[in-house]
Design a protein around this ligand. Structure first.
Ligand code: HEC
Length: 222
């Protein structure tokens, strides 16, 4: 249901957009401005899993990671990554992936070490993401890998060393997407006659899409 609060929020956003438009540089849509390289750099922080492309300069030791983790992470994840209360464990679970209740952790489940850097860098510590230096994120990555017995205590994490860490579950992911629409080439000319195309099933016919739109209680398929 559309609450009047939501509606006024939308109107507020529309009004704000209008206000920007008047001050905007002329552009394709007549509003907004071209992002500066510095603004783009602020968003462009992803590090690719398998080869670490995009990892920033910097480095961090397991020892430094121990300190930062105690300060910034242990309250939720436990001093040794064992997890406090219902906050996630970052350690353990090796050999449990085929169990009825697998224990999915960085050590048991994650395929790539650079992804650990990427995740901490973009999302942690949960109350204050994007507050850690690259060196400290490298140090935390080194510490968590060491807690999982994946690197020795003298390991130094950086853009060269992380892609070389072989994670135990690395080879158990399927990297190809077998759905036909990901592999078939779109037809650009001399395509099938649309009249010959038969619709075999629809989301609506399968009860996946409501037949009517309107307030929620009338939207359930009858
Ligand atoms: C206030 C509690 C809190 C703090 C502090 C915190 N985290 Fe987390 N962390 C979480 C929660 C909750 C999740 C699960 C988030 C989700 O699944 O969306 C999580 C998820 C993670 C994960 C992914 C676990 C997985 O297997 O999916 C990593 C890695 C992680 N945190 C690292 C850190 C590090 C490193 C720090 C310190 C810089 C930190 N966290 C600080 C609450 C916290």
């Amino acid at each position: 249901m559309f609450s009047s609060r939501k509606l006024s929020l939308l109107l507020g956003i529309a009004a704000a957009a209008g206000a920007f438009a008047s001050a905007a540089e002329p552009g394709h849509f007549g509003y907004g401005k071209t992002a500066t390289p510095a603004e783009i750099a602020g968003w462009d922080i992803d590090a690719r899993g398998d080869d670490g492309l995009g990892l920033p300069p910097g480095k961090g030791t397991v020892e430094r990671g121990t300190e930062v983790f105690a300060d910034q992470c242990a309250a939720c994840h436990g001093t040794f990554g064992e997890g406090e209360g219902r906050f996630p464990k970052l350690v353990g679970g090796a050999g449990t992936l085929k169990n009825d209740r697998p224990e999915l952790t960085v050590g048991s489940y994650w395929p790539f070490a650079p992804t650990l850097f990427d995740y901490i860098n973009r999302a942690m510590p949960m109350p204050a993401p994007h507050t850690l230096s690259a060196d400290d994120v490298y140090a935390l990555t080194a510490y968590i890998l060491n807690l999982n017995d994946l690197v020795p205590s003298e390991f130094v994490a950086d853009r060269d060393s992380l892609p070389k860490v072989k994670m135990p579950n690395r080879d158990h992911f399927i990297w190809t997407d077998p759905r036909p629409d990901t592999t078939s080439k779109p037809c650009m000319n001399a395509c099938a006659d649309p009249a010959s195309v038969k619709i075999m099933s629809t989301a609506e016919g399968n009860g996946l899409t409501p037949r009517t739109t309107g307030p929620l209680d009338t939207m359930q398929p009858k």
